[in-house]
Design a protein around this ligand. Structure first.
Ligand code: CA
Length: 289
């Protein structure tokens, strides 16, 4: 059988940033969250371009990880061509639904969670310096969530010509709830509260809205995206999946302050790797090794 889903999704600029560099896609059987970075303009371009490439390439139905690598090449090539976009990149956490299984492909620190029988489990691993320290036993998971350097990525799309993609297959069953989100949610709302909020809202759109509201209430220091997928019983599914066809939709709250666009740094290509490791970008995000 093919899994039937009911979908809710919301993205929000948050309370601090001027633009929303997050993007999401809910186009059955593909669902994804991307969190762009590399200055205001570059970040928005990178996340949207990654999702557009994902959507286009998926029509040919190749392997999902290969599609993600194609998205990487598209972001990398565009960044190399346009000096105004040099240094941009994006996370990408994508799910392809096939039969009763979710194929996951993942790069960066957006996350996939699975809520089953009241337990919330994180499926993805963050590609961050901080998570590596946790793996090595040098930092507790709790300290990692609030670590000032938690946003330094070790992997992202668009940084190099090729990228290593994490893959997983997740079997799902009716009653399961999947959350895809950017770090603007998980950086502001801890997992206990995410679990509590998911439990309070049976409707996936209401759950997405409530998660975003909670992140804003906690300060909204980053762009926030939440996509909630409910795995339905076969028979009641058909009528409820129809209205979700939005592609790479980015809903932004108008910013009360409009500042002139910031100049984007344009490092020469040869210099690129060093600068990723050391250069803070406008989104507060850095590359690390
Ligand atoms: Ca972010």
């Amino acid at each position: 059988m093919t899994v039937r889903l009911r979908v809710g999704a919301r993205t929000d600029v948050g309370r601090v940033r001027e633009g929303n560099e997050d993007a999401y896609m809910t186009r059955h059987p593909l669902f994804a969250v991307a969190d762009g970075m590399g200055g205001h303009q570059g970040g928005e371009v990178a996340s949207k371009l990654a999702l557009e490439t994902l959507e286009k390439a998926a029509d040919g139905a190749p392997e999902l990880a290969e599609v993600v690598r194609a998205a990487n090449r598209a972001v990398f090539a565009t960044a190399a061509k346009d000096p105004g976009l040099a240094g941009m990149g994006t996370t990408l956490t994508a799910i392809l639904v096939k039969d009763d299984r979710l194929h996951l492909a993942h790069v960066g620190d957006s996350r996939m969670y699975l809520l089953r029988d009241g337990n919330l489990g994180r499926v993805t691993k963050d590609h961050t310096v901080v998570e590596r320290l946790v793996d090595e036993g040098r930092l507790t998971a709790e300290d990692a969530e609030r670590h000032p350097q938690r946003s330094i990525l070790t992997r992202a799309l668009g940084v190099e010509e090729d990228v290593q993609v994490d893959e997983a297959d997740v079997d799902v069953r009716p009653g399961d709830r999947v959350l895809l989100c950017s770090d603007g949610l998980t950086g502001m709302v801890d997992e206990d509260d995410i679990l509590r909020i998911l439990g309070q809202h049976a409707d996936p759109q209401a759950a997405s809205d409530a998660l975003v509201a909670a992140a804003n209430q906690a300060g909204g220091q980053d762009n926030i995206t939440a996509v909630v997928l409910d795995v339905l019983e076969e028979e009641k599914a058909a009528a409820e999946t129809a209205p979700q066809a939005a592609v790479t939709e980015t809903v932004e709250r108008p910013s009360p302050l409009s500042e002139p666009a910031r100049p984007v740094e344009t490092p020469p290509v040869a210099d690129r790797q060093e600068r990723f490791a050391a250069r803070p970008v406008a989104s507060g995000r850095r590359w690390g090794r």
